[in-house]
Design a protein around this ligand. Structure first.
Ligand code: CA
Length: 235
């Protein structure tokens, strides 16, 4: 999942970026409101962390303009001021939650998970598909109790596929939600990662859960053990 952090204080921004990266998210940072707004309108972020006091455009204006432009990414506002008026205004302008500075990273991480659950049909912190389980708190992936050691990107890809179970996802959509701006476009990188992921989780045969959709991308779906339609993959 990909998150945008709009925060002008370099130290705070890097603290959040580092923490979220360790939580397996792809993270982009904008250091002022105008840049943040344009990035948020350009990419479909899974969540946006937005500071209130920002140069060029304050957080209140950013969230109002985002909602006015039809952006529906969940927004968590950071406010240094513990004033009720600020929090009320932020929520009324379209923010989904707020956190008062200073905060503990654990709380920020929990609130981000909560925001991601709101937009996902999956309301549990443990995502599942067939016998596969992905714990979004501990970042453990397992199948019938057997754990897999996933890299950050493999985890991120699996989380995105599982959160969107049953939906056809194009390669560009997957790229947008799993890789950050620093990603250099290699045309087959997604296919390479999907292949690695399938190998690790033992996803093969007719009951394969991550299916290729020819000319489009991938879909993750519950394994159909009675299916005899065979492999639709073009590999
Ligand atoms: Ca600030």
């Amino acid at each position: 999942m990909r998150i945008l952090v709009i925060e002008d204080e370099k130290k705070v921004a890097s603290f959040i970026r580092k923490g979220l990266s360790e939580e397996m998210y792809a993270v982009d940072v904008a250091y002022d409101g105008a840049e943040g707004l344009s990035m948020a309108l350009e990419t479909q972020y899974d969540a946006i962390i937005l500071d209130v006091m920002l140069p060029k455009k304050d957080g209140m204006t950013v969230v109002r303009e985002l909602r006015g432009s039809g952006c529906s990414s969940p927004v968590l506002m950071l406010t240094a001021r513990a004033s009720t008026q600020d929090r009320v205004q932020g929520l009324d302008y379209g923010a989904d939650d707020y956190l008062t500075k200073p905060f503990h990273f654990e709380e920020l991480a929990a609130r981000v998970r909560s925001l991601l659950r709101r937009t996902s049909s999956e309301k549990s912190t443990v995502l599942s598909c067939g016998e596969l389980a992905l714990d979004t708190v501990t970042h453990r992936a397992s199948r019938l109790g057997k754990e897999f050691d996933l890299t950050t990107k493999e985890y991120s890809l699996l989380e995105y596929l599982m959160r969107n179970k049953g939906r056809v996802l194009s390669r560009s959509l997957i790229q947008q939600h799993v890789w950050s701006y620093s990603f250099d476009t290699e045309s087959n990188i997604i296919d390479v990662y999907v292949k690695r992921l399938r190998n690790k989780i033992g996803d093969e045969g007719a009951a394969r859960m991550i299916r290729s959709v020819r000319g489009v991308g991938y879909i993750m779906r519950e394994p159909d053990l009675n299916s005899d339609e065979g492999e639709e993959d073009d590999e």
